[in-house]
Design a protein around this ligand. Structure first.
Ligand code: 5GP
Ligand code: ZN
Length: 117
């Protein structure tokens, strides 16, 4: 169910401590951990602890939580001393979403091309 932990969700399992992750930041409502397959020198995923399948469902269902996630991306960038960085929410398989628990990618530490691929 949206907003509650889902049994087969990888990121819900990371929140529950059932799968290890390199956690860089935690708040009451959010968790940030390093991507297992980094695409930049800094590649951190910021997630709401509650389960929403994508950013749009998160924004519609829990706007304050969506704001918490965005605030956490800036905090991660500060911790990583990034002057420039990119925040990405992939939505849908065609855009590269592979984990169906809303997450922001925070990418930085190298030049980032625009437009992205
Ligand atoms: P998406 O492709 O859904 O936008 O992003 C999912 C991200 O989760 C990918 O960048 C992928 O490398 C990362 N990922 C997948 N499995 C794990 C895992 O077990 N641990 C961590 N830390 N990241 C993972
Ligand atoms: Zn989940």
């Amino acid at each position: 169910m949206t907003g509650e932990a889902e049994n087969d969700c990888l990121f819900c399992k990371i929140v529950a401590g059932q799968i290890p992750a390199t956690i860089v930041r935690e708040t009451e409502t959010t968790l940030a951990f390093r991507d297992i397959n980094p695409q930049a020198p800094t590649h951190v995923l910021v997630i709401p602890k509650a389960h929403y399948k994508n950013a749009a469902e998160l924004a519609a269902g829990a706007p304050q939580l969506a704001a918490d996630v965005l605030a956490a991306t800036q905090a991660v960038a500060d911790d990583e001393k990034l002057d420039s960085y990119r925040t990405v929410f992939n939505t849908g398989a065609g855009a590269g979403q592979t984990v169906w628990h809303a997450h922001a990618h925070v990418l930085g530490g190298r030049g980032l091309e625009w437009p992205p691929g």
